[in-house]
Design a protein around this ligand. Sequence first.
Ligand code: FES
Ligand code: FE2
Length: 336
Amino acid sequence: VMERDLARASTLPSRYYVDPEIHRAEKEKIFARTWQPVGDVADATSPGDHFTAEIAGEPIVVVRDKDGVLRAFYNVCRHRAGAVADGCGKKMSLQCRYHGWTYGLDGRLMHAPESEGMADFDKARFGLVPIAVDTFGPFVFVNQDKDAPPLATYLGNIPEETKTFGLERLKKAARRDYVIGCNWKVYVDNYLEGYHVPIAHPGLNKALDYSSYRVNTYRYHSEQFAPMRSNPSERALYYWVFPNWMLNIYPDNLSINVVLPLAIDKTLTIFAWYFADGHAREETLAFSHEIQEEDIALCEMVQKGLASRAYDRGRFSVLRENGVHHFQCLVEEFLG
Ligand code: FES
Ligand SMILES: [Fe+2]
């Protein structure tokens, strides 16, 4: 469907944003095959620390095991599919809260109450199902696909380019969740261009030098730069990693966004801010909230338009929408 030549390309057909069949396909082919942000290294630093997450409906638990190794598993008991962890905390074993099957921090099934009499029951074959886990700075990522390229491949030059920010020293200071009435790709499309800034974000437009705004694309990520009007040696730097993770670096603050599909037309966006002293400034959060409210209104408007019988595909601004085209090509590549 997608033409690789930006100048000739049309946007993804509207059914990609409204068809529940696409939502099902994306869970399998995108969210179960890519590196997914699930939490913070700080929440799993010492043995027994664990936290849970959900990726497009898939329950996950991340634990620090007895030997200090970070591990991730599906948060699904091998008995009758209960959950073995809830929220976050510290425990030296993971006990299912349904019938009490108990697993070690390495995922091994240690105890299954009243299981004597079960024929051919080999505990060794009923451990928690492991998944790949890795970290970048203070962030933990998991990947459900055993054959996926390593996290470093997804991140490309981001670790190198962000070295000076000392990401690993930063602590989470605030989090805000927003549920939006749009497909997750509407939100990502919108994030990946500065084209709408002059019309839709008057406040942000005052802060950024729009004429110098540019977007560079790579294999699995893209980056957007805009110098600050107040001091052109300072700039806003926005990284996006396929499919749904964003790292926003301003001269005085750093935040991430995680974009998670809840349904074909419903999306959860998680915003979290990180500071060296773990303390978030009120005006930083308020400014971000103002921009997010503007973006939510745009995204919900676009979702309505995409569902209209009048619309199927549009065109890209060659000057401003290369990042959107890059993302949509990746979506198509993964959906196959
Ligand atoms: S479902 Fe976990 S112990 Fe029964
Ligand atoms: Fe925006």
